[in-house]
Design a protein around this ligand. Structure first.
Ligand SMILES: [Zn+2]
Length: 137
């Protein structure tokens, strides 16, 4: 990416080339009809088969069973990991529930919410998996 500090406002740059378009993900200026962005993981195919937003809601609903929402979106490995993680989490919650006369059950909802948020935030499979930076569990 090429950052230039010129006197021309950025809009002029944009209108100057009528055959450019901003990347829908990162806003990087691309040649019109570009199949993909060279700054981020956006690909044209992904936005044209635009069922992405609906699948977010479905993924969240499916996350009632941890991992299912991820698998629905095509992230089989991530879904599997969440599902596996639910087992120790479930055991821990059971123990906590015994120890705290039932209150510990609420802990499982925290796990569930984390799964749902992740299922919602995660991109559909068209985007190659990057390392989850900023996820420190
Ligand atoms: Zn981009």
């Amino acid at each position: 990416m090429n950052v230039e500090y010129t006197d021309a406002p950025p809009t002029e740059q944009q209108s100057g080339g009528a055959n450019t378009m901003p990347c829908p993900y990162c806003g990087n200026l691309l040649p019109k009809g570009a199949p993909k962005c060279n700054c981020c993981d956006w690909t044209r195919q992904e936005t044209e088969t635009a069922e992405g937003k609906a699948s977010d809601a479905v993924a969240v609903l499916l996350s009632i069973i941890p991992g299912l929402g991820h698998i629905y979106k095509g992230h089989k490995l991530a879904g599997f990991l969440w599902m596996v993680g639910a087992v120790p989490a479930g055991i821990f919650v059971l123990l906590a529930a015994f120890a705290s006369a039932g209150f510990g059950v609420g802990l499982f909802f925290i796990y569930l919410i984390a799964v749902m948020l992740h299922a919602y935030a995660i991109d559909d499979w068209a985007v190659p998996v990057k390392d989850d930076e900023g996820e420190q569990y």
